[in-house]
Design a protein around this ligand. Structure first.
Ligand code: AVI
Length: 316
């Protein structure tokens, strides 16, 4: 296959990231946010239902048990801003408990997720003002002018922060502090460091949804970029990296093979991997230290009885 020059300016972000990530001289990788196309979102919804994936149900348990306490830091007339709101399911727990919210600002890249959440919340919370922001929370953004002067609380559940390296997490937390402004607070869910015997199966469930979710990215490349990956020629592996305190998810090549993407050839040795995702795990103290470096002051923290998961309140 000839390697004709590609005009990278004409390629979308997915194409650029796949070509750059597979062409890396050492470890091949693809940024994990590309896992979430429509099918990826469906598969992730299935993952969170799996018995091994303790994160979502444990976080929901903490939010339900402490909702009144968590919203106690939000004065009447506050605005709740959610970063990467998706379906806004967890938000309902806070909305049920909060007194006189001025507005809810869900931020997401999916217009259909924002529309669905708005519709559902309008039925459940008549009179709630919802101001959706179609945007990627990883990029600089501005709150609508009408809410920018009211007391603001950010909400970033799900341990999505764990999918960022500590340096990236600091940058992201710093930009959230800028968006929310001085005097704001942030409620953020963070998965805790624990035995790999609990953490690894969460990313390698017996029903296989974790594996299907990760392999879906190869199918997405086949669909959207005309690539010719054979998804069955790769197996999924979740490993705990105890130096970095992170679960790594890899796709491992079962054999020597060559895949083609947009006219480029990528050779794989047997056992060679594409590093697909990191999920960093934190201690409560370690995460608080990281937030301090990002300019926040850690305040209260709630955990479940087994110490699996934490919900932090940070003050700006
Ligand atoms: C979205 N994020 C917090 C999940 C996690 O636990 O890292 C993504 C995930 N990937 C595979 N399973 C779950």
């Amino acid at each position: 296959m000839s390697a004709e020059p590609l005009d990278f300016n004409k390629l979308d972000a997915f194409a650029v990231d796949v070509l750059a990530g597979l062409g890396a001289p050492k470890q091949k990788s693809i940024p994990c946010h590309h896992l979430y196309d429509a099918r990826g979102n469906e598969l992730f919804e299935a993952i969170i239902e799996q018995p091994e994936y303790y994160l979502s149900r444990t976080e929901i348990g903490i939010l339900e048990a402490h909702a009144a306490d968590i919203v106690a830091g939000m004065p009447p007339g506050s605005v709740l801003v959610e970063f990467g709101s998706g379906s806004s399911w967890k938000t309902e727990i806070l909305l049920d408990a909060v007194v006189r919210l001025a507005a809810y600002v869900p931020i997401d890249v999916s217009a259909s997720a924002l529309a669905g959440a708005r519709h559902r919340l309008a039925a459940r919370f008549p009179g709630l003002r919802v101001e959706p922001l179609l945007s990627d929370f990883r990029h600089p953004l501005q709150l609508p002018a009408e809410v920018a002067t009211l007391p603001r609380t950010g909400f970033f559940p799900g341990s999505t922060i764990g999918n960022f390296s500590p340096d990236e997490a600091k940058k992201l937390l710093g930009s959230m502090a800028n968006v929310l402004g001085t005097g704001s607070r942030l409620i953020i869910g963070v998965d805790l460091l624990k035995s790999p015997k609990i953490m690894v199966p969460a990313y390698d469930d017996a029903a296989g949804f974790g594996a299907i979710f990760i392999r879906n990215l190869l199918m997405r490349a086949n669909r959207e970029l005309g690539a010719d990956f054979d998804p069955d020629a790769f197996y999924h592996e979740a490993r705990f990296n105890e130096v970095e305190n992170r679960i790594e998810v890899h796709l491992v090549s079962k054999r020597a093979q060559i895949a083609h993407v947009l006219g480029r050839s990528f050779a794989f040795q047997p056992g060679e991997t594409i590093h697909m995702q990191n999920s960093y795990k934190h201690t409560v103290k370690g995460f608080q230290a990281l937030t301090r470096e990002a300019g926040w002051t850690p305040h209260r923290v709630w955990t479940d009885n087994a110490g699996l998961f934490s919900v932090h309140e940070l003050i700006n």
